[in-house]
Design a protein around this ligand. Structure first.
Ligand code: ATP
Ligand code: MG
Length: 203
């Protein structure tokens, strides 16, 4: 019988939740950078079902957001996509995402990757204490969002700087609506998928 801490290394799984409407290179760079810095084995991208923060906005069909995420991540052997949030009825709460992933993955440490803008809201979420017990939280910089660890629970959250990418999905949608290019802001296959499905026209 082994001594605690003497067994095989636990798997390290990054969790990148998002609306991904559409997924862009900011998401991909953040996931790649965190995977390297934190020696993650895999990063799973989890497109939201109906995001509770965005009920006032029109969000593209979950299936389109899921497929764009698959297209964007398919070439990276470290990246995968999970349907758990889009297949769960009702609004998406991160606590449910992490509980489900915890139950699906034994002997795995979860690392929840989030932009600094989203991280600053986490403390206001209900179940914040349980959230921090389910995963280590990694807040990544985003241009225009300053990082401080004021008020964050000690040892539960890491803040990291990733190469600054001033890309947002909101900006990508606005560009498509105006007829401006999104080449090189999102992966080539995502540009083609947006065009094929006529997403973000007339918004
Ligand atoms: P929207 O503009 O519609 O809010 P978004 O670009 O913020 O979209 P989300 O799907 O809301 O994209 O983001 C998913 C996660 O990725 C969030 O934690 C967000 O903070 C983070 N994120 C988004 N864009 C970047 C970026 N350019 N650099 C680092 N993190 C990012
Ligand atoms: Mg956002």
């Amino acid at each position: 019988p082994g001594v605690p801490g003497d067994g095989p290394a636990r798997r390290r799984l990054g969790v990148m939740g998002g609306t991904f409407d559409p997924i862009h290179h900011g998401h991909l760079v953040a996931a790649s950078e965190v995977a390297a810095l934190f020696h993650l084995d895999q990063v799973v991208f989890v497109p939201t079902g109906q995001p509770w923060q965005k009920t006032h906005e029109v969000v593209s069909p979950a299936e389109d957001r899921y497929l764009m995420t698959v297209i964007a991540t398919a070439s990276n052997p470290q990246f995968s996509v999970s349907r758990i949030d889009i297949d769960r009825p009702g609004k998406t709460y991160t606590i449910d995402t992490l509980r489900d992933l915890r139950n699906l993955n034994e002997d795995t440490d979860l690392f929840f990757i989030t932009g600094a803008d989203a991280l600053s809201q986490i403390l206001g979420w209900r179940d914040a204490t349980e959230l921090f017990s389910l995963a280590h939280f990694i807040g990544v910089t985003r241009p225009g969002h300053d990082l401080t660890d004021d008020g964050l629970p000690e040892g539960k959250v890491s803040l990291v700087e990733v190469p600054a990418l001033a890309i947002s999905s909101t900006d990508c949608r606005g560009r498509v609506a105006k007829g401006d290019p999104v080449w090189y802001l999102v992966p080539d296959g995502v540009v083609r998928y947006i065009d094929k499905r006529q997403l973000y026209r007339g918004q």
